[in-house]
Ligand binder design. Structure first.
Ligand SMILES: Cc1ncc(COP(=O)(O)O)c(C=O)c1O
Length: 452
């Protein structure tokens, strides 16, 4: 146990997620007490450059006073009211309007929730309801991808394609399937081009739909770029081919933009970066720069009309809602966050500093252990391998990445280990400067040099 009272008190009563519970009980966690710009500070005053934006989410950094002021203003005016049973609140109306103007879904309709998991859960529930309402009661299965991450609620864990997240929890639920992870570096056959690989994956998806029966498959869900599963960037033509298959069998494309939404990939949405025309999307994290827990489910007008039909058929009652859906303080903060992205032209900033970010990453390729660099916008992973020639992973995977992350952290930079062999992910706040990017990679190179 660390000789630190906060850590001890934490270990006594606080249960943490995605944590070695025994280790946490022994050692206690690192307690972060303060943040400013791209930096956070622990209880001992040690500062870190947060190159993972907390949990991929504080896009505007840790000290944005405009967001604090937006929360205070709304707290003073109306700290809470619900948006159920014929009531609404001004910030949520304005936020829905604003989001509808930004998303790549024409005439979109928005439902608010509090987390990415809840958004994904609600979305699946809405689509089951929609298919019942429009007379397709058999069309209910969802295909997500191996190594995708979609959250922690029961449906969101079922959508998730990480077997570790299923083990011991009796998940996934029936009706949730997982197709290939579009990881060309590890998945391609010898001599297979990226385009041939993309064709093979689209064929494999088509095969799965045919085996299940197209009249039973409702939707396909994907993160445009896998985040927690490894920052995997699909090869060229992948989404084009996948979307052609989905259209052929009338299967909806659901884009989980929880990480990729609102600037991370250098456009407002990952769907724009990768040429995806989604039927529905989920957004969270960067929606409020994580200053408030809020997420959004974006629906096409067609899906929304199905919900209306279902409500009509139920005697005028859409039997779904949540106490905090459209919470006025969270909505006010999110609205201000979206305004700041616009006012500061943050999307252009991401494109600009993203070029430097990529340059620093590409320079790491020379290191004897660096197998692959994956990068888009301000989102990247460096994968270390046991053998560069054959792309062989370390056995067991993860230990080298864990050590490297630890060393980098000792040098004052927080990164994230992601479960694609030994991969270290970077997703700094979108406000980061080129000098701060240099600081990340100077420290990371120092830590990596110890791995020769
Ligand atoms: C792509 C993606 N979807 C969904 C979620 C779940 O979001 P939350 O943790 O807010 O429930 C996450 C969380 O990391 C995520 O990365």
């Amino acid at each position: 146990m660390k000789d630190r009272s906060l850590g001890e008190r934490d270990a006594a009563h606080f249960v943490h997620g995605y944590t070695d519970l025994s280790e946490n009980r022994e050692k206690g966690p690192v307690v972060i007490t303060r943040g400013d710009g791209v930096r956070v500070f622990d209880e001992d005053g040690k500062g870190y450059l947060e190159a993972a934006s907390g949990m991929w989410c504080t896009t505007l950094g840790f000290g944005e006073q405009e967001l604090v002021e937006a929360a205070i203003r709304q707290m003073r005016k109306l700290p809470y009211y619900h948006t159920l049973a014929g009531r609404s609140v001004t910030p949520a109306i304005e936020l829905a309007e604003k989001l509808a103007s930004l998303v790549p879904i024409p005439d979109a309709r928005i439902f608010f929730a509090v987390s990415g998991s809840e958004a994904n859960d609600f979305l699946i529930k809405f689509l089951w309801y929609y298919n019942n309402a429009i007379g397709r009661p058999k069309k209910k299965k969802v295909i997500a991808r191996k190594n995708g991450f979609h959250g922690a609620t029961i449906a969101a864990t079922s959508l998730t394609g990480l077997t570790k997240n299923h083990a011991g929890f009796d998940l996934p639920l029936p009706g949730f399937l997982h197709t290939d992870d579009p990881n060309y570096y590890h998945g391609a056959k010898a001599g297979e081009s990226p385009e041939e690989y993309a064709t093979r994956l689209a064929d494999s998806l088509e095969q799965m739909i045919l085996e299940e029966g197209p009249d039973t498959v409702m939707a396909f869900m994907a993160e445009p770029v896998t985040g927690g599963g490894g920052v995997v960037i699909p090869p060229p033509t992948y989404y084009e081919k996948i979307q052609a298959v989905l259209r052929k069998y009338d299967v909806l494309f659901l884009a989980d933009e929880v990480i990729t939404g609102l600037g991370r990939t250098g456009n407002y949405f990952g769907c724009e970066t990768f040429g995806i025309q989604p039927d529905a999307m989920t957004i969270a994290k960067g929606l409020s720069s994580a200053y408030q827990p809020i997420s959004a489910i974006v629906l096409s007008k067609e899906i929304y009309e199905g919900l209306v039909a279902g409500s009509d058929a139920a005697g005028g009652y859409f039997a779904h809602g949540a106490t905090y859906a459209g919470h006025p303080v969270a909505a006010a903060v999110a609205l201000r966050a979206l305004e700041l992205i616009e006012e500061r032209d943050l999307i252009s900033h991401v494109k600009r500093v993203g070029a430097h970010f990529k340059e620093r990453l590409e320079a790491l390729k020379e290191h004897p252990l660096v197998g692959e660099i994956r990068c888009v916008g301000l989102m990247a992973a460096v994968e270390l391998v046991a053998d560069k020639e054959s792309h062989r992973m370390f056995d067991p995977p993860g230990l080298v990445a864990k050590r490297l992350k630890q060393r980098t952290e000792e040098l004052g930079v927080i990164t994230r280990v992601v479960p694609c062999g030994d991969s270290i992910a970077f997703a700094p706040p979108l406000i980061i400067t080129e000098e701060e990017i240099d600081e990340i990679f100077d420290r990371f190179e120092e830590a990596l040099a110890m791995e020769q």
